[in-house]
Design a protein around this ligand. Structure first.
Ligand code: MN
Length: 240
């Protein structure tokens, strides 16, 4: 078992222990990375997955203190909000009282998108850069012209998200190509039916401790900690 495999195995074990659930491997790829790392527990609730590496594993690009706050506090709050919205919608179904459904649907979209994007975010970073699969290379080339052109677009689009949000690389089945999208907050500006395969969180909580207002510097650092093995596997899953 090399270091990479050890990290992957440890991550899965850690996630399984933290979640305490039997279905932890659902959605896992043979490589061990898993986008849907948390799934539901036996009570039918969403759970916060363990980070798939140590809090300091992305130093010096992304600092340990930011990772701790971001994962343990911010991501956890989205899981909590998603469970609350899910419960309230179930109650509305039971009672037939839909008077607050607009509110809970908004909560469901915000916290659900927040939870799922953070799962993908932790997954698409890592202490090792990995390698882009030939298929990912081909899709990047046919969609953007070259990897350098993709990088320029992704960095510019992500830097210019207005307010809190995300830069997203997604697979779009209608064109069988990749697209770069911005998301405001977690859920706005979505292009439905696309499947994100690489995301960069640009909420201030993701970078302000270390980078303050220098969002572009943070994004440059983020590009150094992308795990291309994971992104390649996310593309495979999106296409299939
Ligand atoms: Mn975040």
């Amino acid at each position: 078992m090399n270091k990479r495999e050890f990290l992957r195995t440890s991550a899965l074990l850690g996630a399984g222990l933290a979640a305490g659930v039997a279905n932890i491997s659902r959605g896992a790829t043979p490589g061990g990375f898993t986008y849907n790392a948390s799934g539901l527990n036996q009570a039918g609730e969403y759970v916060l997955p363990a980070l798939p590496y140590a809090y300091n594993a992305l130093e010096p690009y992304i600092d340990e203190a930011t990772m701790k706050l971001h994962h343990d506090i911010h991501h956890a709050s989205y899981v909590k909000g998603l469970n609350a919205a899910t419960k309230k919608i179930a109650e509305a179904l039971d009672s037939g009282d839909f008077s607050l459904i607009k509110h809970w649907e908004r909560e469901l979209a915000f916290h659900g998108a927040g939870h799922f994007l953070h799962n993908l975010f932790w997954n698409n970073m890592g202490p090792s850069a990995g390698k882009r699969s030939q298929k990912l290379e081909d899709y990047i080339t046919k969609s953007f012209g070259s990897f350098d052109r993709f990088t320029a677009l992704f960095k510019q689009a992500t830097t210019s998200v207005e307010g809190s949000g995300w830069g997203i690389l997604a697979y779009q089945p209608e064109s069988d190509r990749l697209v770069v999208l911005q998301a405001e907050k977690h859920q706005n500006l979505t292009q439905w039916v696309t499947t994100p395969i690489l995301v960069c969180d640009v909420w201030e909580h993701a970078y302000y401790l270390k980078y303050q207002n220098k969002r572009a510097d943070y994004i440059t650092a983020f590009m150094q900690v992308i795990n291309w093995d994971a992104v390649s596997e996310n593309l495979e899953r999106a296409i299939n």
